[in-house]
Each structure stands twice: as C-alpha cells, then as structure tokens.
Design a protein around this ligand. Structure first.
Ligand SMILES: CC(C)(COP(=O)(O)OP(=O)(O)OC[C@H]1O[C@@H](n2cnc3c(N)ncnc32)[C@H](O)[C@@H]1OP(=O)(O)O)[C@@H](O)C(=O)NCCC(=O)NCCS
Length: 241
C-alpha cells in the first residue's frame, strides 16, 4: 500500500471512493447512528413512540366503537410516524445535499491538484482519498485563535471493503509528514457527531477536539437553536505539530 498524489486518470475512481464514503457512514449501523444523534433529537424521536404506545383508547370519542383504532391511527400514529420519518430523513438528506454541493470533486485536478492524495493498494487500485488545503473554515479552537499557518484536512474516505486496515491512519500520517516539511504549525478538520469511525480515528491520531457549539448562541428567538439542537453537531479537531 502506498499514498501518492492525484493523477488526472484517477478522477473517476477517486470520486467514487469519496462519494460512497460520504453516503454510507451515517447508515453503517443503527447503533452508531443513535449514538451519534443529539439528545434533543433522540427525545423528539422517543416522545412520539411513547405517545403512541400509551394512547388511552377510552379517551377516544369513538370508544366502544370500531372507529377507535382508526382514530388512533389518524390522530396519533400517522402524525407520530411522520415526525419520526422527518427527523431521520433530514439527517440523510443533508449528507446527500453535501455530496451534490461539492463541484470541486468533479474536477479534482483543477481544484486540488497535488494536494489531493490517494491511497493505492498493491494491485494499483485506489482505496482511499484525502485532501489538505490552507486553513479556510476553522479559525478558533477552545477560545484561542488558530495559527494562520495551518492546513485543513477534508474528504477523507476509505473504500468500504478496505476499512479498519490502517489506511485512514496512513493518509493522515502522510499529510502530517508533508505538513512538517512545509513547517505548518497545525492540522485542523471538522467532522460531525454521528461519524464515530472518523472521530475515533482523529482522536487516536492525537487530535484534540471541541464541539462546535458557538452557532447555537446566534439564535433567533430560540428557533435556530432548536433546529441546530435537533441536528448532529459539528466537532472541530485540531492537532499541533
Ligand atoms: C473514517 C475512515 C476514513 C477511517 O478509515 P479506516 O482506514 O477504516 O481507518 P483505520 O483503519 O486507519 O482506523 C484507525 C482507527 O480509527 C478508528 N476507527 C476506524 N473505523 C472505526 C469504526 N468503524 N468504528 C470505531 N472506530 C473506528 C479506530 O480507533 C481505528 O483504530 P483500531 O482499528 O486500531 O481500533 C473510514 O471509516 C471512512 O471512509 N468513513 C467514511 C467517510 C468519512 O466519514 N470520512 C471522514 C469525514 S470527516
């Protein structure tokens, strides 16, 4: 296995690895999906289920009538299922939206050039991708300003069948080596709470992390705070080198 710079001919293979990586990580297991959700979102998922199960049929205007169950279905079960579906659907939709909003990945050569790295297995097949760039998004960490001389890592993705074999770590190692050569002070990246494999990888690699809670303060009558609390949170990762 080796990590090398992107060549023009890698476009299709690299795009597929990246896209599949982004699309599957949320759905990998129910357990990791649940562990990654915010508490508020889980509460809003559980409340309708409790409400459906504990529905008091004697309160129905059609009690002792065969319409009682229809009443339960239309007034309780359908709205509850709709709410649950909406909460689950939104998290998947956001990832698909993210993938569609990355036109840079359709022309990697022009957008990232040599800063796009691919991991290749012994048969020459591309099994992993990662990009580094001069810091753009993350400016502060734990209240302190981050050095301007930092690199941001993104689009880390490893082919599904090649995971858990150290390729993710290998890509990070390579970026760190290049960063040290270029006298870069810091590596930064952001991830989201449901991405347990990614978050574990960054923590194990020595990144310090912080939940990106600052956005919640910019609330408009609490509405923005509410929607952010229902969504998965961004985690900022920083490693000084
Ligand atoms: C995150 C990702 C790049 C990791 O790649 P990988 O090659 O499987 O990672 P490695 O084999 O180098 O794993 C290194 C460490 O990461 C953690 N890790 C990796 N996969 C994990 C999983 N499924 N569950 C829990 N921890 C995991 C472990 O701590 C692991 O060390 P260990 O195997 O000694 O326990 C890969 O899972 C992936 O492509 N995910 C989808 C795309 C994505 O989420 N990218 C990150 C966007 S921020």
């Amino acid at each position: 296995m080796r990590v090398r710079e992107f060549h023009k001919n890698d476009q299709n293979a690299a795009y597929e690895i990246w896209k599949n990586g982004m699309l599957v990580h949320l759905k990998s297991t129910w357990r990791s999906w649940i562990l990654g959700q915010t508490h508020v979102k889980l509460l809003f998922l559980i409340l309708p289920i409790i409400h459906m199960v504990r529905f008091d049929f004697s309160e129905s205007p059609f009690y002792e009538n065969s319409s009682t169950h229809l009443f339960w279905l239309l007034n309780t079960a359908v709205p509850c299922f709709f709410l649950i579906w909406l909460l689950i659907w939104r998290s998947d939709y956001r990832i698909e939206g993210y993938v569609k909003n990355r036109p840079d990945m359709l022309d990697i050569q022009n957008h990232h050039g040599r800063r796009f790295l691919v991991a290749e297995n012994k048969d020459g097949e591309i099994v992993g991708t990662a990009v580094y760039t001069t810091k753009t998004k993350i400016t502060h960490f734990k209240g302190d300003k981050i050095s301007e001389n930092s690199w941001e890592i993104f689009s880390m993705s490893v082919k599904h069948t090649a995971r858990r074999k150290g390729i993710g770590r290998f890509l990070l190692d390579e970026i760190e080596k290049l960063a040290k050569k270029s006298k870069v002070k810091c590596l930064v990246l952001d991830s989201t709470t449901p991405n347990i494999p990614g978050n574990n990888l960054y923590k194990k690699f020595g990144f310090d992390w912080e939940l990106d809670a600052y956005k919640r303060r910019q609330s408009f009558f609490g509405a923005r705070a509410f929607f952010l609390a229902c969504n998965s949170s961004v985690i900022k990762f920083v490693k000084e080198i």
